[in-house]
Design a protein around this ligand. Structure first.
Ligand code: AMP
Ligand code: MG
Length: 478
């Protein structure tokens, strides 16, 4: 069995992409390869040298039609025309079950959209995306996947010279809010309309017959984004660069640059070194998703209604619905974390008050929730006055509900034991890029494949960082 390509994006109007072949490294070497994902895509076997050539740009696989996609985006609030500056979409593979996936190389050289960049990627950040995206998948969070990391054998000039690599990203598409902003910026209404219909057919075929495709697409994307950000908050994930070019309309997490997971809980936690004002802090993520969706609605506005004011009204109603819809979704998510089977009016306050004392105590986000799930509420962070008062309320709520086994299972399924803690990720990447040692990376990857399962030997992976191990800043993988 081989990869079956069917490249529909490359059939869109030419303004949406550029046919640029990827750079061909001379001595590509396979670093990591995701065989379970390859089989999911229909690839059963291939030797390492072939995989290294296919997934480095040296020799794209049969059926590939490499292009770089055009898009725009608001980055930290400012609008720019962007595009794939270091990525090459090989094409779309139709898996044996009929599902369609984009196969994209990242770090595969300069394109017409590279601006001042070199089009390259360093090994560390590509391994980071591989590890965190696969961990997110195992955590049950919608995400792009990682098929391979291939070392190029070439150096990449950053602050130091670093080993270069190419990541193969697999996504249900790479259509972003910024793709629609691009068509709107060109004032090409027909291209915009074509793109909307394309996106609807690809991501929400059940809505494809809608009389007005643009609002139908918007509604679909908003639902997906609400689910996604609630899922991030369930596992303590901070995306770090929620620019509109990094918001996929599929609702998959995309672009693992400076992302990080919470250790101790504080709502305004930021790791990204470039996010000086905390725009993309943990608890700001819902607000930013709504802001990005407002930009999406603006891009689609000419297609919302014939008359301008009617279009604005339709868009505004939808944006106004975000906040209450998100809050309801978030409370439902927190019910899962707290083992609450049926909804009660006071659940939102119960969740808010928990987070309030967790922030005051600097409680570890992951371990505190899992301790609640395991019924281990002795000692820190549960011994403060606010924590004890809260536990009393929660236990009363649980007692009134009964169904302990069901509630326990619900909590264990929603509160991971292990997450990709920043200090462990950094240590694994350091060993790989500085010493060529992939063993810590592979060990971490294996543990993160079963994040909800309590078992022997996890102490090292569960422990919050020691003060000297703490990662204070993460960097974009450019
Ligand atoms: P990101 O922050 O990774 O989402 O990237 C934002 C924009 O910068 C996108 O248009 C990327 O293609 C582009 N970009 C990032 N790194 C590079 C690079 N090394 N060379 C060229 N373009 C890049
Ligand atoms: Mg990006």
């Amino acid at each position: 069995m081989a990869l079956v390509f069917d490249n529909t994006y490359a059939r869109l109007p030419e303004l949406f992409f550029s046919r640029t072949p990827p750079h061909a490294p001379r001595a590509p070497e396979l670093g990591v390869f995701n065989w379970p994902l390859a089989r999911r895509l229909g690839l059963e076997a291939a030797d390492e040298a072939t995989l290294a050539r296919w997934f480095s740009g040296a020799e794209p696989p049969p059926g590939a039609e490499p292009i770089s996609q055009a898009y725009a985006g608001h980055q930290f609030g400012g609008f720019s025309i962007l595009g794939d500056g270091r990525a090459s979409l090989l094409g779309e593979v139709v898996a044996p079950d009929g599902r369609r996936f984009d196969i994209q190389l990242k770090g595969s050289g300069r394109t017409p959209f590279s601006r001042r960049g070199d089009g390259k990627a360093a090994l560390g950040p590509m391994l980071r995306e591989f590890l965190v995206s696969e961990a997110m998948q195992a955590l049950g969070v919608a995400t792009t996947r990682s098929l391979a990391v291939v070392a190029t054998g070439e150096g990449v000039a950053r602050e130091d010279m670093l080993p270069g690599a190419v990541l193969t990203r697999v996504a249900s598409s790479h259509l972003r809010v910024g793709t629609f902003q691009y068509a709107q910026a060109l004032r090409d209404r027909e291209a915009l309309s074509t793109l909307v219909e394309y996106a609807l057919a690809r991501h929400a075929p059940e809505r494809a017959g809608a009389a007005r495709p643009a609002p139908a697409l918007f509604d679909h994307v908003m639902e997906k984004q609400i689910d996604l950000v609630a899922a991030w908050m369930r596992v303590g994930f901070i995306h770090g660069v929620m620019n509109t070019d990094n918001m996929a309309i599929s609702g998959e997490t995309i672009d693992y640059g400076p992302c990080a997971f919470l250790d101790d809980y504080h709502p305004l936690t930021v790791f990204s070194s470039i996010d000086e004002r905390g725009r993309y802090a943990f608890a700001n993520q819902p607000r930013i998703a709504a802001w990005n969706l407002a930009r999406f609605a603006e891009a689609l506005l000419p297609l919302f209604a014939d008359e301008a004011q009617a279009a604005i009204d339709l868009a505004q109603q939808r944006i106004d619905a975000f906040e209450p819809r998100f809050r309801a979704r978030w409370i439902a998510m927190m019910r899962g974390k707290l083992g609450l089977i049926e909804a009660r009016e006071e659940d939102g306050a119960l969740a808010d008050d928990l987070l309030s004392w967790m922030a005051d105590e600097g409680a570890d986000y992951t371990n505190t929730f899992r301790a609640l799930a395991e019924g281990e509420t002795e000692g820190a962070p549960f011994d403060g006055e606010a924590a004890r008062a809260w536990l009393t309320r929660w236990r009363a709520r649980r007692a009134a509900q009964g169904r302990d086994d069901e509630a326990g299972a619900l909590m264990r399924a929603n509160n991971p034991v292990v997450i990709p803690r920043n200090h462990l990720v950094e240590a694994a990447l350091k060993a790989a890029s500085e010493a060529g040692d992939l063993a810590p990376f592979e060990a971490l990857l294996r543990v993160l494949a079963r994040p909800y399962e309590m078992r022997e030997g996890l102490e090292r992976f569960r422990a919050p960082p020691q003060p000297q191990e703490r990662v204070r800043a993460t960097f974009c993988g450019t």
